[in-house]
Write a protein that binds this ligand. Structure first.
Ligand code: GN1
Ligand code: MG
Length: 361
């Protein structure tokens, strides 16, 4: 890896001498490294180097074009904020294909912390604010100029259709092991696919959305614990605002990790939900429509079932999409997400009430 990263750094003309690198472990798709160089003045400076998974992102140049547009728009709205900058190679491109046709990019490293698990209500609320603000910053951005980097990314209805096609085919003979999960998703199918169907029918505004609002995609100031910048813009595309909300609470309100095998530890934490709603709605309560606000809780349920179906589909078809750490990892992830979806459904009334309470202030 050292040689490869040194080569990539050279192509992006990073100044100084390659000093060290470490692998950044979060992310199920791309490979991320923090690389550090020692400048001529002896000072250390770090960068983020990423290898994009071209099995998932078929046209990675399109991602870079989208990111360029979105980051410049955000910089105009918020000139004093921290922002993401991509380095260029000698031929002026913000990406590089190496000799194995792997796709690389390099960006500035922002000294910060991220939260995979978070118990502090102030930080959870600040995460909500950050994603709410991100939504607002893009409210006047023309989504039609964006490439659809992964078509139908959060079309839950289509995702579920695909899952059941693969269940019908059972190519690897893995259905038996997942029988209970297939049955649960089948029971949730109509309800979970409903919002995406209504969106396809034009019943909700088309927003420019982030589409991967995990809390560790917000960088925080180490000391003030205030949000600095929203990262991971690979899937910024037109979509439903409430799905960004839903994906964020799916991740941050889970009492356990996204792939927790012990389901007794997996709950949807209503206090964390209250904290997130507080921050998020303080930003967007006047910009979202009533229909969108009324669909926030259903969106949390829907995207949780959607992710369960994506993990399960990957399991049934041979684990080719998400990185897995052990055999059956995708099935464990599926079970965890379904446990969470079940708890969201059970607490639906309470969660709806928390949303309305947060709007009032
Ligand atoms: C993937 O790689 P990462 O962690 O940024 C996935 C998301 C899922 C997430 C689940 C392009 O995101 O949709 O919600 O895993 N990204 C893509 O952890 O499929
Ligand atoms: Mg991501």
């Amino acid at each position: 890896m050292y040689d490869k990263l040194a080569y990539v750094g050279e192509q992006f003309r990073l100044p100084g001498k390659f000093y060290a690198y470490e692998t950044v472990k979060n992310g199920n798709i791309n490979s991320t490294y923090k690389v550090t160089y020692r400048g001529d003045d002896g000072k250390l400076k770090s960068y983020i180097v990423q290898k994009i998974n071209t099995n998932v992102f078929k046209n990675p140049e399109n991602i870079m074009e989208n990111i360029d547009r979105v980051t410049s728009h955000i910089r105009e709205r918020n000139p004093d904020g921290v922002s993401l900058h991509f380095h260029h190679t000698a031929d002026g491109k913000n990406y590089l294909y190496d000799e194995d046709h792997a796709f690389w990019r390099v960006m500035n490293y922002v000294d910060s912390i991220t939260f995979d698990v978070c118990d502090d209500p102030a930080v959870i609320s600040a995460t909500g604010e950050a994603f709410g603000r991100f939504q607002n910053q893009l409210s006047d951005f023309d989504g039609s100029v964006l490439h659809e980097t992964i078509p139908d990314f959060h079309n839950t209805h289509k995702r579920l259709d695909k899952l059941f096609d693969d269940v019908a085919a059972d190519r690897l003979g893995r259905n038996d092991e997942a029988a209970a999960e297939i049955e649960t998703i089948s029971a949730y199918r109509f309800q979970a696919g409903r919002l995406s169907e209504r969106y396809a029918n034009g019943e909700f505004p088309v927003r420019v959305t982030h589409n991967d609002t995990k809390s560790n995609n917000v960088l925080f100031d180490r000391f003030t614990k205030r949000p600095l910048v929203v990262i991971d813009l690979d899937t910024v595309m037109p979509g439903m605002a409430m799905y960004d909300f839903g994906d964020a609470v799916r991740f941050i309100c889970n009492t356990a990790a996204e792939d927790e095998p012990d389901l007794r530890r997996v709950y949807f934490d209503t206090s964390k939900f209250r904290a997130f709603c507080h921050g998020y709605l303080s930003e967007v309560k006047d910009s979202l429509t009533k229909d969108e606000i009324d669909s926030l809780v259903l969106a949390a349920f829907s995207i949780t079932v959607e992710l369960a179906s994506r993990f399960l589909d990957d399991y049934l078809t041979g684990d080719t999409y998400f990185k897995v750490n052990y055999p059956g990892h995708n099935l464990v992830r599926t079970r965890c997400q379904l446990q969470l979806a079940k708890d969201i459904l059970r607490k639906k009334d309470e969660l709806e009430w928390i949303v309305s309470e947060s709007i009032e202030g």
